[in-house]
Design a protein around this ligand. Structure first.
Ligand SMILES: *Cc1c(COP(=O)(O)O)cnc(C)c1O
Length: 364
């Protein structure tokens, strides 16, 4: 027998890994600069690493108190009730939890194009259909209420990404409110704030005080540097709180991940340094790269380079791994994650060499 018909499901295409590329090029991984997956170039919080070591010998036990402690701590951080905090394996896990809690077979979701692939994947796993609203390079991928509401047609879930991946554009809070006001009572507006720490816009979690139609996604993968542990959360309206126990995968957020996240939350120095470096690096890429870039509030910059696949391949030959944006439907763009100051400077130098040698077919 075979799996069900998955022909509508597109596979997730991750950024390329360091080991993979080093092996292919026959070089040492330490000479590679990996700026393809928006990871934290400073590594995880040292406090988180210490906690992981301390708790390694407890992994024979299911994560119960660590999960409860993390839920409480996040609730305190955002001034919401613990039932509103849905801890999950990465923010991706919370996308699945929202799908499970919201979608009936045949429901529709509305997602940005270009956008983060997992919204669509999760909706399809849950037998929902997917509609899109278009964000345009012509206006810097600006996310207005009109853009979303013009495309909206009663979908059950509407996804907003702020800052947006891959462009870095933001959704102001009054725009989130206008979209939530302009959609049906039975539509949930999900604001994905995976890169929220890097952004000047306040979290939409503040809107949940008094609204029952907005939910927010956050993660420890980006600013906190815990991508490999898979830990994130959703924050839901009070009325949704009770659903968690009915839809979550038991113990999916693991012991070490919950403990590390608890330690990372209180390591403000690490997050501050991360955010500061990203702001510097964004600025450096925007000013020093010999290609047009889009204003970004994330830890990455989208650049228009002509043939994105060719530029990414040539960059890789020079030891810089960046994200070709063909899978986002932007074949003339690459996305460059911000590295440390040293990595970013070096990467921009090597990318400019690539750009100078390739016939790019666009004006820089
Ligand atoms: C990275 C990312 C996520 C989720 O990452 P997790 O590692 O699953 O927490 C969610 N949304 C966007 C837009 C992202 O870029």
């Amino acid at each position: 027998m075979e799996p069900r018909d998955l022909s509508d499901h597109s596979p997730y295409v991750p950024g390329r890994g360091v080991e993979e590329v080093a092996r292919e090029l026959g070089i040492d991984r330490s000479s590679l600069i990996k700026l393809s997956s928006n990871e934290n170039p400073h590594g995880p919080s040292p406090a988180a690493v210490e906690t992981i070591r301390e708790h390694a010998s407890n992994v024979n036990v299911y994560p119960k108190s660590s999960h409860a402690d993390l839920t409480e701590r996040i609730a305190e951080l955002w001034d919401v009730s613990p039932t509103q905090v849905w801890v999950s394996p990465g923010a991706d896990g919370s996308i699945d939890y929202f799908s499970r809690a919201a979608l009936e077979p045949g429901d529709r979701v509305l997602v940005p194009d270009p956008g983060f692939a997992y919204y669509e994947m999760s909706a399809r796993y849950h037998h929902a259909a997917v509609e899109t609203y278009e964000l345009s390079p012509a206006d810097g991928f600006e996310q207005t209420a009109e853009t979303v509401l013009d495309a909206y047609d009663g979908e059950r879930v509407v996804y907003l990404t702020s800052p947006h991946n891959p462009s870095g554009s933001v959704v102001p809070l009054d725009t989130v409110e206008a979209i939530a006001d302009g959609t049906d009572e039975e539509t949930l507006v999900v604001v994905d704030e995976a890169y929220g720490e890097f952004s000047p816009v306040d979290s939409a979690i503040g809107l949940l005080d008094g609204r029952d139609d907005v939910a927010v996604l956050r993660t420890f993968s980006k600013a906190y540097g815990l991508a490999g542990l898979r830990i994130g959360y959703g924050v839901v309206p009070e009325a949704w709180g009770g659903a968690y126990a009915r839809i979550n995968t038991p113990f999916a957020a693991n012991e070490l991940a919950c403990r590390a996240a608890l330690a990372a939350i209180d390591d403000e120095e690490h997050v501050d340094e991360t955010v500061e470096t990203a702001a510097w690096a964004r600025d450096h890429i925007e000013t020093a790269l010999d290609a047009p870039t889009f204003d970004s509030a994330g830890n990455f910059v989208l650049a228009r380079v002509g043939d994105g696949a060719a530029v990414a391949a040539a960059a890789q030959e020079r030891g810089v791994i960046i994200r070709d944006c063909t899978s986002f439907g932007l074949p003339n763009c690459v996305r460059i994650s911000t590295g440390t100051r040293e990595e970013t400077r070096e990467a921009v130098t090597r990318l400019n060499e690539v750009l100078a040698t390739l016939d790019r077919g666009v004006e820089a």
